[in-house]
Design a protein around this ligand. Structure first.
Ligand code: 2P0
Length: 324
């Protein structure tokens, strides 16, 4: 069978972060996490299993990946082949509409789209939960990108129990996330390597697990109540406490640069001037600012003046996985 299947998945930004694995083979996290899927950043992936191929062929943004660069993709394809009992190699072509490796989580949308396209191309008809489990094997944050809106990834304790589930899939709450592109270069410490160092060496790791448990319990009712201030305060402190795991690791590392610190100060200045907004950031220097739609003009005007119009991208809550 050589039917090509194309799937689209959107990135997500974690409001309560995942930072550490409990099992690197099964990709089980140390803690649960919660994210918002974004409409502006997404990946389209086409997969076709082709009996004439003698190896998997993986192309990302029109560039053919070598064996090393394609290993995570081939790992997910192997899992699909095992589930479908189909030994055929595949052609994979992926286009990222995301600034890659700058902490805008291109791996989340990429592996969610791959799970959707590869499973259907192999003739599997997986539930959303099983797609989420499959995406997890490619990249942890991809577990959540199967769903739209506010999504929780339950850490679980084995392959079957570690999956994501939507908290609010169709978001009517008028909130937005303003992404500031402060540096679009590839990060120096990968998430995978960074979180491994933090789990192994940060003396604050046990405290982080308590922080996550507390923040998850508090943020879920606040999201359901559309309590903007509570959600904003939790996501900002949670992000800073995650980044404390980088600074407290041995060797220490950091994803912040000078522009990151300046932009954080600008968010605090905006708040002091009465514009409600809160920042978060992932494994890169780029801030994402959580705000209410009504405040977008004030926030974007301020950052476009500081950074230039193209460095300020407005995203809204986005949809889950779809097939084209
Ligand atoms: C998250 N991040 O919850 C956290 C917050 C970045 C900071 O998940 O090793 O690409 O593939 O599971 O998912 C980024 O790490 O790492 C990430 P792997 P992933 O979104």
């Amino acid at each position: 069978m050589t039917t090509a299947v194309t799937a689209r998945a959107h990135t997500n930004i974690a409001l309560v972060k995942y930072w550490g694995k409990a099992d690197a083979t099964l990709m089980l996290p140390q803690t649960s996490s919660l994210s918002l899927t974004l409409d502006q950043f997404y990946t389209d992936t086409t997969v076709a299993f082709d009996p004439t191929l003698t190896a998997d062929q993986v192309t990302v943004n029109q560039v053919r990946l070598d064996e090393h660069a394609s290993r995570k993709v081939r790992h997910v394809l192997d899992l699909v082949r095992t589930q479908a009992d189909r030994p055929t190699f595949a052609r994979v072509s992926s286009t990222n509409h995301v600034p890659m490796a700058a902490g805008l989580a291109s791996s989340a949308s990429a592996f969610a789209a791959l799970a959707g396209a590869a499973s259907r191309a192999a003739g599997l008809d997986l539930s959303s939960r099983d797609l989420s489990r499959l995406a997890r094997r490619g990249s942890g944050s991809a577990t959540r990108s199967i769903f739209g809106g506010f999504v929780e990834w339950h850490a679980g304790h084995d392959d079957a129990s570690s999956y994501a589930e939507p908290l609010v899939e169709s978001v009517t709450w008028p909130v937005a996330m303003v992404a500031l592109v402060l540096d679009a270069h590839r990060k120096k410490v990968s998430s995978r390597q960074g979180m491994q160092t933090s789990v192994a060496t940060s003396p604050y790791y046990p405290a982080w697990k308590q922080v996550v448990a507390h923040d998850l319990a508090a943020i879920k009712p606040a999201i359901l109540d559309q309590d903007f201030t509570t959600v904003g305060e939790i996501l900002e402190t949670n992000a800073m406490r995650m980044h404390a795991l980088t600074l407290s690791a041995d060797p220490a590392y950091s994803y912040f640069n000078g522009a990151t610190l300046q932009a954080m100060q600008t968010v605090r200045d905006l708040r002091a001037a009465g514009v409600a907004c809160y920042y978060t950031l992932d494994a890169g220097p780029n801030l994402k600012i959580f705000c209410q739609v009504a405040d977008l003009p004030a926030i974007t005007a301020r950052f476009r003046q500081d950074l230039g119009a193209e460095q300020v991208i407005v995203a809204h809550p986005g949809p889950g996985l779809s097939w084209r």
